[in-house]
Design a protein around this ligand. Structure first.
Ligand code: PMP
Length: 366
């Protein structure tokens, strides 16, 4: 019997196969090194855990639908007022909502390729078309090419900086150009899931640059990466104006972020020192892993995130398969050519040593 409700055909999302996503968490990650999902290897801030625990006791009550306390905390640091901040069950939920807010059937959305697929999933759900624009060879979004892909039907342009799965960042001039030249009839979405890892090197300050934009914009950020809270599912969207937030409110489910998650996120955001230490440790390990992989002859892309994307003279998919056989999950990418590349999350120190040793063994065996 045909299903009475038409189900949009959404392309398969580039998620790792199920055996690479074991449900049992465990600290540390047990026998399987989970270096495929860009999770943090460390636990959330102890203050966040305590806040979640305390909130659990009030679990008979719905959470604050407006997330007022968390919004106030984020407003104080970002300068974006609470009436322009929206929360999601992870920033992934908000990326789908960006498409739902901006697009109708037949519209177009310009996106880099490859990139994080969730905004694209939202685009497909609305019946709009994705216009894919290849990344630059260094793994950053190609702003000039994306601007050239805009047509009168374009209603959304998605930038991901640092880009997943490649790790590179947009420079200030390019970001400024996108902010200026994306038409006001088009929602500019800037996904900054790895924003906290990109700081410290004179990187562009997106929110300051956005002050000059006349059209609508959204910047999405998350507690899943630098705040080590992927399992609690909290993301937020900073919006150009209150009207845009009202657009999100129309489609958002009631109480979409749980009470313990909201409490944990607020405590984690306030414990900035813990987040900074987690980021510093991750960046230090990333650079150690980079040096090790370069010694093995890998080409390592510039990374401003908690992962490295690497290429070598051989099949990345075959290497990922071999590593999986040794209990190490990494993500193989079909980019930029037939050999592809590997995306390796920065794990705990021993996981990084393990992945390096396993790769070295594989290269010797090949
Ligand atoms: N954007 C990017 C670029 C990501 O890499 C991810 C997660 N890997 C997300 C958004 C979504 O993260 P979350 O839903 O956990 O906030």
């Amino acid at each position: 019997i045909p299903h009475p409700i038409p189900v949009p055909s959404v392309e398969a999302i580039d998620f790792p196969a199920l055996p690479l996503m074991p449900e049992a968490g465990g600290r540390p990650s047990g026998d399987l090194a989970r270096l495929n999902l860009n999770e943090a290897p460390m636990s959330p801030s102890p203050l966040a855990l305590a806040a979640a625990q305390e909130a659990l006791a009030d679990s008979h009550r719905y959470p604050d639908h407006h997330a007022g306390a968390l919004a106030g905390t984020i407003a104080a640091r970002t300068g974006i007022t609470a009436d322009r901040i929206v929360f999601g069950n992870g920033s992934g939920e908000l990326l789908v909502q960006c498409a739902q807010v901006a697009l109708d059937r037949g519209d177009e959305a310009v996106m880099p390729d490859p990139t994080f697929p969730t905004c694209g999933k939202g685009v497909q759900m609305t019946g709009a078309h994705i216009v894919k624009v290849p990344l630059r060879p260094d793994g950053a979004n190609d702003v000039a090419a994306m601007l050239s892909a805009i047509t009168p039907r374009t209603r959304l342009l998605y930038l991901c900086t640092p880009n997943n799965p490649t790790g590179n960042l947009l420079g200030e001039a390019e970001l400024e150009r996108a902010i200026r030249e994306v038409p006001a009839t088009c929602l500019l979405v800037i996904d900054e899931a790895y924003f906290e890892f990109a700081g410290g090197g004179g990187e562009p300050d997106t929110l300051t640059l956005l002050r000059s934009r006349t059209g609508p914009w959204v910047v999405t950020r998350t507690f899943s990466k630098a705040y080590c809270m992927a399992g609690l599912r909290v993301g937020y969207a900073l919006c150009s104006d209150e009207g845009l937030k009202r657009g999100f409110s129309r489609i958002r489910h009631n109480f979409n972020v749980s009470r313990p998650s909201l409490a944990a996120a607020r405590a984690a955001f306030e414990d900035e020192a813990y987040m900074r230490a987690a980021v510093a440790e991750t960046v230090a390990r990333r650079e150690q892993l980079r040096a090790g992989l370069e010694r093995l002859g890998f080409a390592v892309l510039p990374s401003f995130a908690n992962f490295l994307t690497v290429r070598f003279n051989g099949s990345a998919a075959a290497l990922a398969q071999a590593l999986h056989g040794q209990g190490i999950a990494v993500q193989a990418l079909g980019w930029p050519d037939a050999n592809g590349s590997l995306r390796i999350t920065i794990g705990a120190a021993e996981e990084n040593e393990r992945v390096l040793a396993a790769i070295e063994n594989q290269l010797e065996a090949a």
